[in-house]
Write a protein that binds this ligand. Structure first.
Ligand SMILES: Nc1ncnc2c1ncn2[C@@H]1O[C@H](COP(=O)(O)OP(=O)(O)O)[C@@H](O)[C@H]1O
Ligand SMILES: [Mg+2]
Length: 351
């Protein structure tokens, strides 16, 4: 199959009456890259995807595939394959005819249709059940058929809108890995829309985080986790979410009510201190805290503790499980594992 091509969005926006669904978006996706659009429901992910597919016309801005401007082109002239959340397989057609559908529209000769459908279906491990109808196969197999239908035209760009959300948790994990492997093998440029941060971090080369129609940060999963640009990204990426404590930086530390945390080289002024639950620990000489909630999560245990009037989530190894209601000491990590944000929520350190 062909290599994917780069996709570039320039000043892209979309308005529905008074709603600004997407606000002046600039984004570049490399050839063969898998990029996730991540954000809560209603933040403009699907709208952006549909502008790339050609189903929506942008209010302003441009979409390029390679050097070619495509935003005036009909979807069928754009060389994209798309998988929607509801796979929307035709129930009365066999999997074969479902997958063949885009080729039939292009009046591809029968013999070639047969060969291409079989090849794509084999790639996805459903080559042996092509005579069945959607209702006669599992959810995971329906999902693969939808993916095969998107890939059978050998598109340069693959668009996936929450493609795994209808699958059981267990199949979802294997489907993630399978889509990722297939996308890499084919070298197709792919955009995955999801509201699930774990899915985005697990699958994508880079993640574009959206909030209310605006791009918040576009980076690798590692950078999003270690250097979130603002409190929105800090709170949205990572599970359980980062603790964000409102208070004042004092140059040599941070103060929130009675809580005082020494931090050499801290900034000054009002803002937010961020610390991930997995970077807090229990220990002698820590800040005195009371355990309010203990929630076992399998290999780990999530503890909610109150420290000088501030509630913190702490993620501990199962073996360190404290008693509910007990007094413990909470130890903060090295400054490099803390996050400083100003009053407006913008990251101000550490570098
Ligand atoms: N066809 C439409 N007509 C009117 N408003 C729409 C339409 N599609 C989306 N919207 C609005 O645009 C915003 C973004 O929606 P959407 O892109 O579907 O979000 P997401 O996919 O991130 O959940 C929402 O406020 C939504 O209600
Ligand atoms: Mg959506």
């Amino acid at each position: 199959m062909k290599r994917g091509i780069p996709v570039r969005l320039e000043g892209l926006s979309k308005r529905f009456g008074k709603v600004e669904a997407v606000k002046r978006l600039d984004l570049e996706i490399g050839a063969g890259e898998l990029v996730a659009f991540l954000g809560p429901s209603g933040c403009g992910k699907t709208t952006t995807l549909l502008m790339i597919a050609g189903i929506y016309r942008p209010t302003t801005g441009a979409v390029y595939f390679g050097d070619r401007r495509v935003d005036h082109l009909h979807p069928r002239d754009r060389d994209v394959g798309m998988v929607f959340q509801s796979y929307a397989l035709y129930p009365h057609l066999t999997l074969f005819e479902n997958i063949a559908f885009p080729l039939r529209l292009k009046r591809v000769p029968d013999a070639e249709v047969k060969e291409r459908v079989q090849k794509t279906a084999d790639l996805l491990g459903i080559g042996h059940i092509l005579e069945r109808k959607p209702a006669q196969v599992s959810g995971g197999q329906q999902q693969r058929a939808a993916l095969a239908r998107a890939l059978v035209k050998e598109p340069q760009v693959l668009l996936l809108d929450e493609p795994l959300s209808n699958l059981d948790a267990q199949i979802r994990l294997s489907a993630r890995a399978e889509i990722r492997r297939l996308q890499r093998d084919l070298g197709v440029t792919a955009i995955l829309v999801t509201h699930d941060q774990a899915e985005a971090l697990a699958m994508a080369d880079r993640v574009a985080v959206f909030s209310m129609g605006e791009l918040q940060q576009y980076d690798t999963p590692e950078v999003l986790y270690h250097r979130p640009k603002n409190t929105f990204v800090a709170g949205f990426v990572g599970s359980p979410p980062m603790n964000l404590i409102e208070g004042t930086f004092t140059g040599d530390g941070f103060r929130a009510g009675e809580l005082r945390i020494p931090i050499p080289g801290a900034p000054t002024g009002k803002g937010w201190l961020g610390v991930r639950p997995e970077h807090l620990a229990l220990g002698e000489g820590g800040h005195p805290a009371r355990v309010l909630v203990v929630e076992p999560l399998g290999r780990e245990v999530l503890v909610v503790a109150e420290v000088a009037g501030v509630r913190l989530q702490v993620l501990l190894p199962e073996g360190e499980r404290p008693e509910m209601g007990s007094e413990v000491g909470i130890v903060f990590p090295e400054p490099k594992e803390l996050h400083f944000f100003d009053e407006t929520g913008r990251r101000i350190g550490p570098e």
